[in-house]
Structures are given as C-alpha cells and as structure tokens.
Design a protein around this ligand. Structure first.
Ligand SMILES: Cc1cc2nc3c(=O)[nH]c(=O)nc-3n(C[C@H](O)[C@H](O)[C@H](O)COP(=O)(O)OP(=O)(O)OC[C@H]3O[C@@H](n4cnc5c(N)ncnc54)[C@H](O)[C@@H]3O)c2cc1C
Ligand SMILES: Cc1cc2nc3c(=O)[nH]c(=O)nc-3n(C[C@H](O)[C@H](O)[C@H](O)COP(=O)(O)O)c2cc1C
Ligand code: SF4
Length: 639
C-alpha cells in the first residue's frame, strides 16, 4: 500500500485506532439553538466517519450553560437531557468503525456575553485582554474545583452516550490554556507560577474524569504548545507541558497553538501546507512518548504519509481537509488520491461559522452543512445528451457530476485552456492551492472520459447544430469596463491580460482601478514584479466581504509590498501619464482595469425554451468559487 504508515494501526490510551487520521473538532453551527443535535449535525459527523477517519471528534461542546456558552448554536453536554441525542451521533460514528470523541471546552476569559446571558467571564487572573476591556472574575480555589467537576461530569455524560473518549480543549487561548500560559496566569497560589502549578488545573480535570469514568476511559488534549505573543509559551516550554500532560495521564496531545493572531490556527490559503508540523516534531524530539498529533493545513496524503513515516508525529488531524472531502481517507487508502477534492483554503467555512454565525459551508463541497443523501449521486432516470458551455469550476463541477450520473456530456471552452477565472485566481502570490481544484477536475475529465472541446465558442447556432437534450451555460462573466474617459487608451489593460501573462509589466507606475479582491490580488502580483502600485476604489473599503483572517493577511501583504490604496476615490479620467480620481492626480504608466465582472444572459435568452436550459456560476452574477461549484452540482443533479 502506498501510504502504509498513514494506514497503520496505533494505540491511543486504551483504544486501537484503525489508521492515523483524526477528524478534529470543527464547530458547525448545525446544532439547534437549544444546543441539541439535529439531523444535519448527526449526518455531518456520520459522513466523516463513513469516509474512514479513525477518530471523529465532535466540535467544542458547552459544558456549563449559559456561563461557558460559545456561539448561538453550540451543542451542549451540560445536562443528562443531551445524552440520548448525542448517543445517536456516537452510534452513527461507530457504524462506520470509527471512534467517537467530543471536545470539552470552557472559554473562560473569552466567553461571549451575547451567548452567556451576560455572565461575567472567569479567568485565572485579572488581565485586560478582551476586546471590550471587560475585566474577568478571578476564579477562587472553590470555583476552580467546581469547574473541574463540570468538566468531569460532562465527560461522564459523554461516556454514557457511548463516546470512546473526550478531548480537553487546552489550546486556542481558552480556559485550560489560560491556566497554562503566563500571558493570562499571573497567580501566586498553587495554580500559578511554576509549570507544575500552571498544569494543575489540567491535572485535576483528568484525575476527576478518571475517577468518574474509570482509568480506561481515554482522554486526550488539544494543547497550546506555542503562543505567538511575547511572554507566552515557547515551543521548548510547550514540550515540557506536553510531557507533564503525558505524566498526568493524557493519552495523546495535539501540537496546537495557544495565544496570538487567530490566523495561526485558522490559516488563510497562503500558508504553506503542514507549516505547523515542526511543533509536533519538536515535542517528539523532546521525548514526549504518548502519541503526538500534527495539526494544521495537512492536505495531501503524500504529506500526511511523510509526517508519519518520518516520525514527525504519530497522528494527523485533518480538519478542513475532511470538510472538503470526507472520503479523503478511503480514497488515499485505495490509491485514488487524485480523486481527492482538496481543501483550497478559501475560508468559506470560517466565514460562515465565525463571521456570519450561519451553518458551516464549503467552497468545494456543496453537501457540507446539509442532510444530503443525494451527494451519492443517484443514476439518472434517462440518459441525456448534455452540453456544458464553459470550463470554469461551475462547468467542470456540472460536467463531472452529470457523467457520474450516467449522462452523455460534452464541454465546450472558448479559450485554449480550462479553468476560466479559477485559473487566473490561482496566479496571484500564495494562491496556488486553487490549482488543486483544477487538477482534480482535469483528472476526472480524463478518468470519466468526458469530451472537452477547447477553442470552441458556443452560440445559438452551434448549440442548435449539436442538438443537445439539455444545456448548462457556465460561461462566467466578462470584465466590467465602465465608460471612463480614456479607458480605451494605449496604457490601459485588463487584470485578465495581466494575470494571463499576455502583457508583462515590470518596474512601472501602475494604477489598479477597483479595490475588490481581484484588484487587490492583481496589485500584489504587480508589486512582486517591481512595480509601484496604487489601488483606487470608489467605495469606503477595499477587499469587502472577505473572511476576517484572510482579509487581515491580505491587508498586511499590501502594506509589506508597499501597495498604496485610496478609498472613496472614483476614477474620473485616464490620460497618458496621469489618472484623475476623486480630487487627486496619480502618475501612471499602466492603468489596470479590475472593476469587477458583468454577466451577460443573452445566450441563455436565445436558447431557453428550445432545450432544457440552465445557467450557473458567474454567468448568472459574478461571485465566488463556492457559488459556481454549488450551482454546477445542484443543476447537474436535476437533469
Ligand atoms: C484574480 C481572481 C481571484 C479570485 N479569487 C477568488 C478566491 O480567492 N475565492 C473565490 O471563491 N473566488 C475567487 N475568484 C472568483 C472565481 O474564480 C469565480 O467566481 C469562478 O471562477 C466562477 O466560475 P464559473 O465557472 O462560473 O466561471 P469562469 O471561471 O469564469 O469560467 C467560465 C469559462 O467559460 C468560458 N466561456 C465563456 N464564454 C464561452 C462561450 N460562449 N463558449 C464556450 N466557453 C465560454 C470562459 O473562457 C471560461 O473558461 C477570483 C477571481 C479572479 C479573477
Ligand atoms: C470552521 C472551523 C471551526 C473550528 N472549530 C473548532 C472547534 O470547535 N474546536 C477546536 O478545537 N478547533 C476548531 N477549529 C480548528 C480545527 O480543529 C483545526 O485545528 C484547524 O482548522 C487546522 O486544521 P486544518 O487545516 O486541517 O483545518 C475550527 C476550524 C474551522 C475551520
Ligand atoms: S470552505 Fe474552503 S477552506 Fe473551508 S474546508 Fe472548504 S475548501 Fe477548505
């Protein structure tokens, strides 16, 4: 077997895992407002088990309601009434021969007042670290004992619900981590100061859990082994803490992160694959002998296999990786790794969960967050001849889904290559992971033997000559070129030409018109080529609607690459050598048009009524990959 290390058994506590793959806690917003499991919630976790992960871990569970509530739809384990619902989840996970875990969480200092009915946050010490500057209530020893009991009673309920183990959230700057880290633990009693004292809270939790659940009940930890903040835990101390966790009975530790920018634990796509594995490696080098879990941006079976084979970690946590493709483990084990739809890091899941508070969704997996048995693609009732116009993500998702359902499919692409705007989106610095989606489609096109005709532009006559039963128009949008004086000048190019490499601009003064995502990323691309770049945006904000971490990354990049931007600055005129915008003039050698896209429905209007016709993706309205993939998939299921 190609990935024999990854698919070897391993012991964690009293359990034997069938492989080295853990689905870690990923909050979903799929539980009900009352904290009960819903059919979507059960399906979500069962689906990850069906895909072959050895452990499936339920997201951060609320152990104390409402004081420790984290999010409006956080699942609850603070009362026996939740045991029956949760046991249904464990049953479904076990059905697929996976082990069921749940993460027990207390946010401590960082509780959310809007969800905790305004309860004052609790913390080891009085520190001013909340955004609202609210000072926490400093926990007394009695109160610490109470919270220890709350953790342990929750673990007991997990056991009663037939979970195989629990994971203590001791990372991500939450309560257990707040005791571990000197950033929040300033105590001078037996809970503060020395490492032994800072670990005491975690020790009391596991000791009480073992008393209640038995010595054989498996308890693991997500551990903050490094803080990206001065005065916090460094990796050397993180290794010592991990060793202490081993001594006090934790069965495995995730080498995760503690305090610092959220970007380090919810990375935007620009981060290198598996960039955090060295933290796990360091723990092992320092002699931690319980299983160590590497976590963060592990996307390919080859990378996961090399982590295990080279003893950098004993297990891998695949979070977004299994959101994007729950069948990743099965496909890897069967040597079908090219069929894996890899997480591209588009951060739609984080945007949904953290920025919008809506049910989790995924940019490449349209079934995420839904109770969607149709993802197993029932065969079409009658085979049809279907034409797909356009080979961007919408067209390719539709074509592959249609073929898998048994239809005859042909794809026409106007240009000489596939990918559409997605191929361009992968060009700016750090966006190469978007190519993974194209690689996946390219492989499936061949495997499914789907006819792709490039350099073929669809129009009503051509379509009529082809005589299809059904047509899916996925022809994307066009570059919006507003009627600005001088926009037809010799010094004006579109972002498409720039990113396609049709025009090479180096060492020049460039003004990019439009400060959306496309404008900003084209600006970065140009700045990397030694150009002096300025973005002009008519609205009050650039890069609107981006997920928070991805946006802060982008803004930092713009600053580091000296890209200037001006908001509330509409472009009025482009002349040779100067752009007039707002009330200012900007020197320019090249003006790059990046004002967004415009969708043209004329082809759709000319064919509807003649065939079963659909229009999807940016062809409907310029949006994002998630919309293109979802609509391509949904429409292909209708035919
Ligand atoms: C620089 C850049 C960065 C981006 N970054 C992101 C990002 O980070 N995250 C995100 O979610 N989205 C991003 N996007 C947007 C995303 O790429 C698009 O929303 C997505 O590609 C739309 O897919 P689609 O299949 O609908 O259309 P397209 O990808 O535009 O594909 C349409 C295809 O149809 C072909 N075509 C057009 N007319 C015809 C015709 N008459 N006959 C045959 N073929 C035709 C075109 O040549 C093209 O190949 C980015 C876009 C760009 C340009
Ligand atoms: C949408 C989302 C929600 C998450 N929720 C949790 C959570 O409830 N508890 C937790 O410990 N980690 C949570 N994480 C972190 C993941 O478990 C994981 O550590 C992180 O995403 C990095 O791994 P990955 O690159 O494989 O996704 C979440 C991550 C995402 C993307
Ligand atoms: S939404 Fe994007 S980042 Fe999240 S799992 Fe899916 S592909 Fe990955």
């Amino acid at each position: 077997m190609r990935f024999s290390n990854l698919f070897s058994e391993v012991r964690v506590g009293s359990l034997t895992l069938k492989n080295r793959i853990i689905f870690p806690p990923i909050s979903t917003n799929l539980a009900s407002i009352k904290g009960e499991v819903t059919p979507e919630f059960v399906y979500h976790y069962a689906r990850r088990a069906k895909g072959g992960a050895a452990i499936v871990t339920l997201e951060n569970m609320c152990i104390q309601y409402p004081d420790a509530r984290h999010g409006a739809t956080q699942p609850r384990i603070d009362s026996d009434q939740f045991i029956p619902g949760l046991s249904r989840v464990a049953y479904e996970i076990h059905k697929y021969n996976s082990l069921a875990f749940m993460e027990l969480t207390h946010p401590g200092l960082f509780s959310e007042l809007e969800h905790s009915e305004g309860k004052i946050p609790v913390a080891p010490s009085d520190v001013d670290l909340r955004k609202d500057h609210l000072h926490p209530h400093v926990l007394t020893e009695d109160e610490i004992n109470e919270i220890v009991e709350i953790f342990a009673q929750s673990a007991l309920r997990a056991k009663k619900a037939l979970f195989d183990g629990v994971e203590i959230e001791a990372a991500h700057a939450l309560l257990v981590d707040q005791f571990l880290s000197p950033i929040t633990n300033k105590r001078t009693d037996k809970f503060g100061g020395s490492l032994e004292n800072r670990v005491r809270f975690a020790r009391m939790i596991i000791e009480r859990i073992k008393e209640l659940c038995g010595q054989n009940f498996t308890v693991t930890a997500r551990l903050g082994v490094i803080d990206f903040v001065d005065g916090g835990i460094d990796i050397a101390e993180g290794a010592k803490i991990a060793k202490a966790f081993e001594e006090i009975g934790y069965a495995a530790v995730h080498a995760d992160v503690g305090f610092g920018n959220k970007e380090y634990r919810l990375e935007p796509m620009q981060y290198k694959e598996a960039w955090r594995t060295n933290f796990a490696e360091e723990l092992k080098k320092q002699g931690v002998s319980i299983p160590v879990v590497a976590v963060g941006m592990i996307r390919s079976p080859e990378v996961a296999e090399s982590i295990i084979a080279n003893r950098k970690a004993d297990l891998v946590a695949l979070g977004r990786t299994l959101i994007a493709d729950p069948d990743w483990p099965l496909k890897a084990e069967l040597g079908k790794e090219k069929e894996i739809k890899k997480c591209i890091g588009c951060s739609e899941c984080i945007k949904a969960r953290h920025d919008e508070g809506t049910a989790i969704r995924c940019g490449v997996n349209p079934s995420v967050g839904k109770l969607d048995w149709s993802e197993f693609l029932p065969q079409a009732a009658a085979k049809k001849k279907v034409l797909v116009v356009g080979s961007g993500p919408a067209g390719l998702e539709a074509a592959t889904t249609l073929k898998m359902r048994g239809h005859e499919v042909e794809v026409w692409e106007k240009s000489d290559r596939i990918g559409g705007a997605l191929a361009l989106a992968a060009v700016p610095p750090g966006k190469d992971k978007l190519r993974w989606l194209l690689d996946y489609y390219e492989y499936l096109l061949k495997k499914l033997d789907i006819k792709l005709v490039t350099n073929k532009e669809a129009d009503a006559e051509e379509i009529s000559a082809f005589n299809p039963d059904a047509v899916i128009l996925a022809h994307g949008s066009k570059c919006l070129v507003p009627p600005i004086k001088g926009i037809d000048g010799g010094n004006v190019v579109t972002f498409r030409k720039v990113l396609r490499g049709d025009v090479k601009i180096e060492g020049k003064k460039v003004v990019v018109g439009g400060g959306g995502l496309v404008g900003c990323e084209t600006a970065l691309y140009l700045a990397e080529r030694g150009n002096e770049v300025t973005i002009l945006e008519m609205l009050p904000e650039i890069a609107r609607d981006m997920e928070t971490n991805s946006k802060s990354y982008l803004m930092r990049e713009l600053k580091e690459k000296n890209v200037q931007y001006f908001t509330n600055t509409p472009v009025k005129e482009i002349k040779k050598g100067v752009v007039i915008a707002g009330s200012r003039e900007f020197p320019v050698d090249y003006f790059v048009v990046a004002f967004g896209g415009i969708s043209d429905h004329s082809l759709y209007d000319s064919i509807r009524g003649k065939y079963e016709s659909y229009i999807v993706g940016d062809a409907v309205k310029t949006r994002k990959i998630i919309d293109a993939v979802r609509e391509g998939f949904e429409v292909a299921k209708l035919i």
